[in-house]
Design a protein around this ligand. Structure first.
Ligand code: CA
Length: 231
C-alpha cells in the first residue's frame, strides 16, 4: 500500500497556513504546519516529509536560511521545496531557486494553483520509497531478499524475527536517512495489531547481533535522534 505523501508547511501567517493545510489535506496529503522557522526545521529533520512548502519571510530564521540548511544536509537535500513568496520579493525567489528550491508560489495564489504546483513537484521528485520495491538489497556480503523474507550474511541466514526483518528492511530501503525510534516503531507495526516489544533499542541490538561483527555497523546509531542504515 502506498503511503499518503506527507507535506510540511512553514508559514507564520495563520490564515495562509490554514488555507494551504485545508486544501492539501482535502487532496489526501498528510499535512503538518509550523509557524516558527526553527520548529519547522526540526520537524523536517525529524519527519522527512515528501515535500516542503516554505514561506520566505519568517520571524527568526527565514525561509532562505532554512532552504540553505536543508540543501547543505545530505539527509534533507533531496526533499523538494516550494518557496512561498510575496510578489515584491522577486530577487529572493531567484536566490531561493539558486539555493535549490524546486519551485515557488507567489501570494496570493489560488488553491487550484497550489495543488497543481505541489503535484507537479512531487511527480518530478524521485520516488521516496523507490527502494522499498527493490526485492533484493545487496551490500558486501549482506543480502536482504524480500521474496525469501530473509537476510543472509556471508551466505548464512541471519534468522531474523518478522519484526526485525521489517525494521531492517525499512532502514535498508532508505540508506543514509535517520529515523527516530517512534518512526521505526510505527513502520514495523503499521496498522497491524500485532503485539511486539515497543523498545526499538532491543530490536536493533538483536539485529546487530545477528548481523555479526563484520556487518553490525551497517546500522548506525545517531545520538539523540535514532538509527540509520549506512549509506
Ligand atoms: Ca511570512
Amino acid at each position: 500500500m502506498q503511503d499518503k505523501n506527507s507535506i510540511i508547511i512553514v508559514e507564520d501567517e495563520a490564515d495562509i497556513l490554514d488555507v494551504i493545510d485545508y486544501n492539501l489535506s482535502r487532496e489526501g496529503f498528510k499535512v503538518s504546519g509550523y509557524k516558527d522557522g526553527e520548529v519547522g526545521l526540526s520537524a523536517i529533520r525529524e519527519c522527512h516529509p515528501d515535500l516542503i512548502l516554505l514561506d520566505l519571510m519568517l520571524p527568526g530564521i527565514d525561509g532562505l536560511e532554512i532552504c540553505k540548511k536543508l540543501k547543505e544536509d545530505p539527509l534533507t537535500r533531496n526533499i523538494p521545496v516550494i518557496m512561498i513568496t510575496a510578489k515584491t520579493e522577486e530577487s529572493d525567489v531567484i536566490l531561493g531557486l539558486g539555493l535549490g528550491a524546486d519551485d515557488y508560489l507567489s501570494k496570493p495564489f489560488s488553491p487550484k494553483e497550489l495543488v497543481a504546483r505541489v503535484k507537479a513537484v512531487l511527480r518530478r521528485a524521485p520516488l521516496k520509497d523507490s527502494r522499498e520495491h527493490q526485492v533484493r538489497i545487496d551490500r558486501e556480503g549482506f543480502v536482504l531478499d524480500v521474496h525469501m523474507h530473509d537476510v543472509t550474511v556471508d551466505g548464512e541466514s541471519a534468522l531474523l524475527t518478522a519484526t526485525e526483518f521489517r525494521m531492517l528492511h525499512f532502514l535498508a530501503s532508505h540508506p543514509g536517512r535517520v529515523f527516530s525510534r517512534d518512526h521505526l516503531l510505527s513502520r514495523v507495526t503499521g496498522n497491524d495489531t500485532i503485539v511486539i516489544d515497543r523498545n526499538v533499542d532491543v530490536h536493533i541490538r538483536s539485529i546487530r547481533k545477528k548481523l555479526g561483527e563484520n556487518h553490525r555497523k551497517l546500522i548506525e546509531t545517531v545520538r539523540g535522534v535514532g538509527y540509520r542504515f549506512k549509506y
